[in-house]
Design a protein around this ligand. Sequence first.
Ligand code: NAD
Length: 358
Amino acid sequence: MSHILRVAIVGCGYWGMNYVRLFSEMPETEVVVACDRVTDRLHEIARRFPGVKTTTQADDIALMDDVDAVIVCTTATTHYQVARHLLEAGKHLLIEKPLTTSAADAEDLVRLAEARGVKLMVGHVFLFNPGVEKVKTYIEQGDVGQIYYLHARRTNLGPIRQDVNAIWDLATHDISIFNYLLNRTPQWVSAVGSRVLGSSREDVGFVALGYSPTIRGHIHVSWADPNKVREIVVVGSNMRIAFDDLSAQEKVRVYEKGIVSSIIEPASYGEYHLSIRDGSIISPYLKISEPLKNQARHFVQCVLDDRQPLSDGRNGLDVVRVLEAIDRSLNLNGAPVELEWGERVYANREEALARTAS
Ligand SMILES: NC(=O)c1ccc[n+]([C@@H]2O[C@H](COP(=O)([O-])OP(=O)(O)OC[C@H]3O[C@@H](n4cnc5c(N)ncnc54)[C@H](O)[C@@H]3O)[C@@H](O)[C@H]2O)c1
């Protein structure tokens, strides 16, 4: 393959336009064609990106020999159908989150990509966010100590989706972040939700995740909360780290404080000694870069250099399996649902991100 990756974008709505812009700006890529089933979207492309061909039919792209890779940025419930045909035609794919809306479909895409020898990457954009990367570094260095729990809040007034509920739309991000930070997948989930806006899908959700006998996760998402929050908190024995994606000045805040309990006299049941560790509150320096651009560059490098993407198809499948288990728990009004996992080989993080850093 030449060192210019020729790409197509399928789905040029709110989010897809970002990809058309980014891939048009990158020296390693050329946007050959943009596709949307709504012609108004294509008029907008023709106006802003005059060199880019347009089509309303995603299947046409499967037949185009001058397209190496496709970005699938359609609504979540259409990802599988659009992607399957393109993978069969041997195109490398970057699919927006969630990979699919069923684990069986995600498994099928992973199998197909492996069989065709093409890259399948999922747009878990927070894995390419310098703030999340900083939190990961603290955890990997052991600075946090024993991890007690992770907590995520992702609330706002909408934007409300018509095809998936708020958990599939928003908690997808948090599950991918938790899995990445902890380097594991949850053993069980328990979720309750509500439909306060009167639709047939949950617009509010509270999800608990058991990552180990001692590590818990909790995610709260809402489309009905006037306070916009995008926050992840990690609490450990030595440290609390808060990542606030909306903060311009201080995305990561570290509290070098913690509490540890130890039994002082094992013979006398229940006697604990609590030691409080006190320290500073700091905001570490972050090299700011655009996460979506980092993700786009990572995809291009993985295709051109034949590397395993950090958020590969199996990583996307893991997240979809968790979301499916959450659906089951919602239907059982919060009863815990267990998950079984086989062996997984994750992409080498240092190697992958060293190549993505700007
Ligand atoms: N990573 C993020 O932070 C983030 C943010 C927003 C959206 N997204 C994801 O991006 C995807 C798109 O979201 P959006 O907000 O742009 O939605 P949107 O509704 O604004 O755009 C989707 C577009 O896809 C087109 N489309 C649907 N089915 C199609 C098909 N079969 N062929 C061609 N075009 C088709 C629609 O006409 C529409 O223009 C979703 O998967 C969403 O989860 C991710």
